[in-house]
Design a protein around this ligand. Structure first.
Ligand code: ACM
Length: 604
């Protein structure tokens, strides 16, 4: 069976070639958003970007051509990621898998990077200061019995970058200096010896990361001098969408290793979305029905899911991830994602919807009826069970509740929602969502956790209280407003930090473009705290990169989207404003490409 798809202006031209006659074939596929046949074949089913198109009889050995087009006339396929993914034919009940779009994922040689300025130290993020003394010493490894340096050694061994600690290595003197701040370190390298000063274990770990990285990137010849280093922000995060695509636990562990190498310290684990709630909960065992999508499941093969795909994370998987992260100085923040982005949950728990509601709203992903209704007691039973159990599984103090992209007019026509709004003096849908986030945040706080939410949770006449951390994603504006209102804010403007966006506008590239095209340089072309509002520096606690997995069908396809741009995210989280420089970032790229390749990442 052969299948081919290519971009032709706004159209997607598809060709099927079968070695046997196929009767009554239905073409089942997914693209980024709702689509239809543009040659008049009937669409017999549609859920978001997933569609089924009834094709006529296909004869053996005869090429069969047809075209599809995005329903939204403003959408055109920007690159290969916009072609059909997870395609198959259903012929009188038989499933005939079709080959996937070839080649899938970023073509690593398609991106031409400019030559940047090579800095004195091949390390990302660049340290706060480096005073070189002009000499170089040969160091192949370090001799130490420090437990913090042995954490670095384990990371480097696992990542294929070690060994760092060796019996015949250079001796290092470790000094506690309480004048240094949390995570800060001072590293002196000279012909007389190496000295590492820090005030706490994480400072020692980061000093060790710098030393171990320099040994690899400078190929054993260390530039001598004094490195002084401390982070700008306490929150240096990476978000990872494991709902749209189920990633193996090992892939998550490898991502955590990469984050630690770049001194990133918050992992935002997005395991719940419209398509699945992937964390197994004892209090809600029926969530297992959301773990797979495809034929006969609650959700069909949207976002490249095909006839069947998915998986779930057990409590012991979560424990392993949390412990691995902890060994790297990374906290894991889980996200439960309420009340919208809950298509599978709404199907699993119909009592979370008001049956009298007209349900005409449509989410940006093209889903109908994907928000649980806060006027239904069943919604609260489920949300509170999630908060209870997820709080117990994850030791980190912050629990992200979600709260983004409630479709306009959700709950309109729901008599129960209207009654609730009247009783609580709420006027708009946004007010009702704000009230919902406020109530769930209070419940979260009663469990000893700090609630967090996407920027929309801070909207409405009643909204999430300002002890909640707000994640600003449509731009910086909502985050700035939330910070002025007293919230702590993590900045992740889609235009700069969404690493699922394509890196170029080339049709051979891979990725979405709704927020922006994001080159490596662009990840540094902003400032989380505006220079004219320095007072917000206390409220804007950090930044985060995001990776959404709508068009990822294999774990490895994530890697060339993150690398090298995660270097920009790490730099923005760590370096002082005056030090951030995209020319240097470009100069560091070749050295880090080599590191990523040693780590078995698929990168350019
Ligand atoms: C988001 O990108 N909807 C947070």
């Amino acid at each position: 069976m052969q299948f081919n798809a290519r971009i032709d202006g706004k159209k997607i031209r598809c060709t099927l070639l079968s070695d046997r006659n196929l009767s009554n074939p239905v073409f089942c596929y997914s693209v980024m958003a709702p689509s239809v046949s543009s040659d008049g074949y009937i669409r017999i089913k549609n859920v978001g970007g997933y569609s089924e198109i009834q094709l006529p009889e296909i004869e053996a050995g005869q090429e069969f051509d047809f075209t599809i087009i995005y329903e939204n006339p403003d959408f055109a396929p920007a690159n290969r990621a916009w072609l059909p993914l997870g395609s198959y034919l259903r012929c009188d009940g038989d499933i005939v898998p079709l080959p996937s779009v070839k080649p899938a994922g970023v073509q690593t040689d398609a991106i031409a990077y400019r030559q940047g300025k090579i800095p004195e130290l091949l390390i990302c993020p660049q340290p706060t200061s480096f005073t070189a003394n002009g000499e170089t010493i040969s160091v192949r490894g370090i001799k130490s019995n420090s437990s913090e340096l042995s954490r670095v050694n384990s990371l480097f061994d696992r990542a294929g970058l070690g060994p760092f600690l060796v019996d015949n290595g250079a001796v290092i003197e470790c000094i506690i200096d309480k004048a240094l701040s949390h995570e800060a370190y001072r590293l002196s390298i000279s012909g007389d010896g190496i000295t590492l000063a820090y005030s706490d274990g994480q400072g020692a770990f980061y000093g060790g990361i710098t030393l171990a990285t320099l040994i690899v990137t400078h190929k054993g010849y260390l530039p001598c001098g004094l490195i002084e280093d401390e982070p700008r922000f306490e929150w240096r995060g990476q978000h990872f969408d494991c709902a749209r695509h189920f990633y193996k636990v090992d892939t998550i562990l490898r991502l955590l290793d990469t984050m630690a190498l770049l001194k990133m310290n918050r992992f935002h684990w997005h395991f719940a979305d419209d398509e699945a709630f992937r964390l197994e909960l004892e209090s809600l065992p029926e969530l297992s029905r959301t773990h797979f999508r495809g034929e006969g499941e609650l959700v069909p093969g949207v976002f490249g899911g095909g006839a069947r795909s998915g998986g779930s994370y057990s409590k012991s998987d979560a424990k392993l991830i949390v412990e691995h992260a902890k060994s790297l100085g990374i906290e894991v923040m889980p996200e439960i994602e309420v009340p919208a982005h809950a298509l599978a949950l709404c199907k699993l728990y119909p009592e979370t919807r008001d049956r009298k509601e007209n349900g005409a709203e449509i989410s940006v992903q093209g889903y109908k009826q994907n928000a649980m209704n806060p006027a239904m007691p069943e919604s609260w039973r489920i949300w509170e069970a999630m908060v209870n159990e997820v709080s117990e599984i994850f030791p980190f103090e912050v629990l992200h509740l979600g709260g983004d992209e409630l479709p306009p007019d959700t709950w309109s026509g729901s008599p129960a929602a209207s009654d609730l709004m009247r009783a609580e003096a709420l006027e708009t849908t946004q007010d009702l969502q704000g009230w919902t986030m406020n109530r769930l945040a209070k419940f979260t706080a009663s469990k000893g956790k700090t609630p967090a939410g996407w920027e929309e949770s801070a909207l409405g006449s009643t909204s999430i209280a300002n002890d909640a951390v707000i994640f600003s994603w449509t731009g910086q504006g909502p985050g700035l407003k939330a910070a002025r209102d007293g919230h702590r804010v993590v900045m992740m403007p889609g235009q700069k930090t969404y690493l699922d966006m394509a890196q170029t506008d080339d049709q051979n590239d891979w990725g979405a473009n709704w927020a922006a095209i994001i080159s490596l340089e662009e990840t540094l072309n902003w400032d989380p705290v505006p220079e004219d509002e320095p007072e917000l520096e206390d409220k804007i606690i950090g930044i985060e990169g995001a990776f959404w997995s709508e068009f990822t069908t294999k774990d490895q396809e994530m890697e060339p989207m993150l690398a090298p741009r995660i270097l920009g995210i790490a730099t923005m989280g760590w370096q002082n404003r005056s030090k951030t420089d995209s020319d240097i970032l470009l100069g560091l790229r070749p050295a880090y490409s080599e590191l990523f390749r040693l780590m078995n990442w698929a990168v350019s």
